[in-house]
Design a protein around this ligand. Structure first.
Ligand SMILES: N[C@@H](CCC(=O)N[C@@H](CS)C(=O)NCC(=O)O)C(=O)O
Length: 278
């Protein structure tokens, strides 16, 4: 598989790099970014955190706005930031910001016209980690984190694959997509009308029937415009409490949905993952 380096920037002694490659699962060219801390050499591979971004994002939002490089360099952790959907002129799209390109929801679409390219679950869970492992000095220890739609993606991926991820964290996640307008719109388009199919990608529903214990951290801003209608963290938190699931849930007065919030607490998330990646 060929991958092309698009940019390289030295940062805190390590490197931020962007790459383009041809994705088999998505049937198009994809771009991703990786931060390699200074500790990462062929003889000393480092653990890796996958970061899944939210609606409208590319690989760039997190790397440019979260301010994660300093602490990743200190902790010796690589961070991979994929794009949020397949891309390209021949890839199905929609005029709205919450469907189509920029809004892949990390699921495998079954419906036309989406199924041909929108296979983000396979891309994130399988194809991209294989490529990362073949190309960069990373270990088999993975954690996963994300924001909003990406928080949904991170929790859902970890609950479906507890053997792969040593920990999961999320900022302002959509915890129950089958019960909110963003999720209902995307899942109807990508998966069709059968709600049994939707539940396979819903973190709250997955937690309900799960007996796994995966260390989980969720941060939520209380001035987040999307909190009541779209995010509904209590649906997940109540269930986690009932099941004694290892969740730390924190609410933060005054913080909104933006990267100003994420950059305020990203250090805690990286340290939380570092502890569990040991
Ligand atoms: N564009 C939408 C919201 C989109 C949005 O807030 N996206 C979040 C993730 S859900 C984000 O990270 N945006 C990119 C950024 O802040 O850099 C709106 O105005 O209602």
């Amino acid at each position: 598989m060929t991958i092309e380096n698009l940019s390289s920037n030295k940062s805190f002694g390590g490197w931020h790099k962007q790459y383009q490659h041809e994705s088999k699962s998505l049937n198009c060219n994809m771009q991703f970014a990786i931060y390699l801390p200074p500790q990462a050499t062929q003889s000393t591979p480092v653990p890796v955190i996958y970061w899944l971004s939210g609606l409208t994002c590319t690989d760039e939002n997190f790397m440019q706005k979260a301010g994660a490089q300093r602490i990743a360099a200190e902790l010796g952790i690589a961070i991979v930031a994929p794009d949020t959907s397949p891309r390209g002129d021949d890839v199905a799209n929609d005029d709205s910001y919450d469907l189509g390109q920029g809004a892949g929801f990390y699921i495998n679409a079954t419906q036309n016209p989406w199924g041909k390219h929108y296979q983000m679950y396979d891309y994130i869970n399988d194809e991209l980690p294989k490529l990362i492992k073949e190309t960069f000095p990373v270990t088999d220890k993975w954690a996963i984190s994300g924001h909003s739609m990406g928080g949904h993606g991170a929790l859902m991926m970890a609950l479906r694959n507890p053997q792969k991820y040593s920990s999961v964290s999320a900022f302002s996640p959509i915890v129950n997509p089958v019960n909110c307008p963003w999720g209902e719109k995307a899942f109807t388009a990508y998966l069709g009308d059968d709600k049994a199919d939707w539940r396979e990608y819903d973190s709250t529903e997955l937690l309900r029937k799960s007996s796994v214990e995966i260390p989980t951290l969720i941060d939520q801003g209380l001035s987040d415009n999307f909190l009541a209608e779209q995010l509904k963290p209590q649906n997940f938190v109540t269930l986690a409490t009932d099941k004694a699931f290892p969740l730390t849930y924190r609410e933060h007065e005054g913080y909104d949905h933006s990267y100003y919030f994420i950059s305020s607490f990203i250090e805690d998330h990286l340290k939380f993952h570092k502890e569990n990646l040991k």
